[in-house]
Design a protein around this ligand. Structure first.
Ligand code: SF4
Length: 257
């Protein structure tokens, strides 16, 4: 009874919903974009999700009810993805939402930057509870070098890499994504370091390069935030192919699937 009351009363701050997502996990997915992120990635295409404690308020139960309207489209591979912003900033809401989804037998994916991860309490135990209900983590690994990571995102990466290792240790499937920005995240040594790190993880099912794009630039302008990559070109097909080759992507994804 107490738990039931809790479902009804606590809410998450949601930025927006996508009812027919095709790129955020396997199959067709209902995608929840949560509000709030503490990273400040120079190439972020959703800066309007940075602000915390705003957006639409949903209870886990109401959100699941909305998602279930679209279940007929999910087939055997699809399901629900929670993305952001950074979903793990609202870890308790997220856990409750995924728990309800798993009770319905739905595939759950968490799209995260890993930034809130810490082994400090109370977060660590909340996170351990969360991952019981997560089938797949889609993790953005933005940069391996700690200094470069800090410059690119404003935040450290040691905790993010630690989270990846924890997920591997605990048998949680991972898709890893890397945004390729010319002259920023495309250096050969950095990509080789990323591959070496991935080779240590046991649960990586897919590795993807996301070519940098400027589709979110107008949002920065609208919000009046300085966009430092204005003169950065999008990567060429050759640059993407080279990065994929260094990461051994085609070969590895087939093997890792
Ligand atoms: S982690 Fe994602 S939402 Fe946050 S700043 Fe980076 S790209 Fe934007």
């Amino acid at each position: 009874m107490e738990v039931e009351t809790m479902h009804e009363t606590f809410t998450g701050n949601i930025h927006s919903l996508e009812t027919f997502g095709l790129v955020d996990g396997p199959g067709v997915r209902f995608v929840v974009f949560m509000q709030g992120c503490r990273m400040r990635c120079k190439y972020c295409h959703n800066p309007e999700t940075w602000k915390e404690n705003c957006g639409e308020q949903w209870t886990p139960k109401a959100l699941l009810k909305r998602a279930l309207r679209y279940r007929m489209y999910w087939g055997k591979d699809g399901g629900i993805t929670v993305s952001g912003g950074e979903p793990m900033l609202q870890v308790e809401f997220l856990t409750e939402f995924f728990k309800l989804a798993k009770q319905e037998g739905i595939h759950t994916a968490l799209d995260t930057s890993g930034n809130p991860f810490t082994k400090e309490e109370p977060f660590y135990h909340q996170w351990l509870e969360l991952i019981k209900y997560v089938d797949l983590v889609i993790l953005d690994l933005k940069e391996m070098d700690p200094q470069k990571h800090k410059k690119l995102t404003g935040q450290e990466n040691a905790n993010i890499l630690e989270m990846a290792e924890e997920l591997s240790k605990r048998g949680v499937d991972l898709w890893v994504r890397h945004v390729l920005v010319p002259d920023l995240t495309d250096d050969e040594d950095g990509l080789k370091d990323l591959r070496l790190f991935l080779d240590k993880l046991k649960t990586v099912k897919r590795v993807e390069i996301l070519p940098y794009h400027t589709l979110g630039l107008f949002k920065w302008e609208k919000l009046g935030i300085h966009y430092s990559l204005k003169d950065t070109p999008v990567p060429s097909e050759e640059q993407v192919a080279k990065a994929e080759q260094i990461l051994g992507i085609e070969k590895k994804n087939q093997k890792e699937r």
